[in-house]
Write a protein that binds this ligand. Structure first.
Ligand code: SF4
Length: 361
């Protein structure tokens, strides 16, 4: 046991199941259909003064479309910030729902659309706002720190929202102030932060269905076959996987590692959607998928988020045509949620920490 582990209280798993993880359904398009859809989307975006921001885990063609139309491909916080900096009246978020909500919280005056409102996140789903509020009410002496992968309502209940790149400095700061912490929702990232800082934390027991499936044994075997490979791990992965990493970091940090490290190959433990950007920035490097939970046997997600895979071009075209799939956040919820986000940004500014492009997912 880690010497600091005694300070960590694990709350029982939430009574609610995370729910069914949907099967991954990739969009099947002929090249002609794809071209026609992209042309129609571009026309609609122009007519509606819209900008497209896409997450690294979405399909490569969605990422390409974002770049071709002057948008961005990034992580959740940078997606919201890009939309804020843009003069466009509509922000299209190709990602999952909490990313759409974060974009709306930071841009309440803009219309935020998503290709599919069913694109959820197992971390967000694991942490219903009412149950989380009741839990926080039972620990009034603790400061509430939540990860970016949460609903607007959970962010509204929090004192701080943090990204993976700033979680450790914020919790260390709070610990130095003598504060005790509630952390939600990712238990693996919470465990990593607790072990690093030694803070007194209670952890909500959420997890990412993609990252928790990576297997340390499989990674060791792959490393034995590719001893020159660096191991890159997102901190939503289990501790035994994080322990093998040469680099632990957010999506943006892992992409930079592929670009900057001298290794000819990399074992990558995060969603395989990220390979699109990694191949673009480092075309000569060999990228290897970290083994997950027994492909073809027990693997559910197979290193690909089923909700991110819902971002189809045809659904984006429909959202723009019909105006459906708009994200709404009640004004009073947004006003409270923005406080927890701004607190992190102010802390980062004072501490000289750059959280730009280093969000949680
Ligand atoms: S990859 Fe995991 S953390 Fe990211 S959106 Fe999917 S379920 Fe959520």
């Amino acid at each position: 046991m880690h010497p600091m582990a005694a300070l960590q209280t694990i709350i029982p798993p939430a009574a609610h199941p995370v729910g069914e993880v949907p099967p991954i359904e990739e969009e099947q398009l002929t090249p002609d259909q794809r071209d026609a859809l992209k042309a129609r989307i571009k026309q609609l975006m122009k007519e509606q003064d819209a900008v497209l921001v896409a997450h690294y885990y979405t399909a490569g063609e969605m990422q390409d479309l974002a770049i071709e139309t002057g948008g961005c491909v990034s992580d959740s916080l940078e997606m919201a910030r890009f939309g804020h900096a843009s003069k466009a009246k509509t922000i299209i978020v190709a990602g999952v729902r909490f990313m759409g909500e974060t974009a709306k919280i930071l841009n309440p005056e803009k219309r935020v659309l998503m290709p599919d409102l069913h694109a959820e996140c197992s971390l967000d789903l694991s942490c219903p706002a009412d149950e989380f509020a009741a839990f926080c009410d039972r620990h009034p002496d603790r400061t509430v720190v939540v990860y970016a992968n949460t609903s607007a309502a959970v962010k509204a209940r929090a004192d701080w929202m943090v990204t993976s790149s700033i979680a450790v400095p914020v919790v260390q700061h709070l610990k130095d102030q003598g504060e005790k912490i509630i952390w939600a929702p990712d238990r693996y990232l919470g465990d990593y932060v607790q072990k690093t800082t030694g803070a007194d934390m209670v952890l909500w027991q959420g997890s990412c269905v993609v990252h928790e499936k990576f297997k340390a044994d499989g990674i060791r075997e792959l490393k034995a076959q590719h001893p020159e490979a660096a191991i890159l791990v997102h901190p939503e992965s289990p501790a035994e996987v994080v322990a093998l990493a040469d680099v632990v970091g957010s999506t943006t940090q892992l992409i930079k590692a592929v670009q900057q490290l001298p290794n000819p190959s990399f074992i990558v433990a995060t969603d395989i959607g990220i390979f699109h950007k990694m191949r673009e920035v480092a075309p000569n490097k060999l990228l290897l998928e970290a083994p997950s939970g027994g492909r073809g046997a027990t693997c559910i997600s197979c290193a690909h988020c089923p909700w991110m895979a819902m971002n189809w071009l045809s659904r984006l075209e429909q959202a723009l045509t019909t105006g459906h799939n708009e994200i709404h956040v009640p004004a009073e919820v947004g006003a409270r949620a923005v406080h927890s986000i701004n607190r992190m940004l102010e802390f980062a500014g004072q501490a000289g920490i750059n959280v730009r492009g280093k969000s949680g997912d």
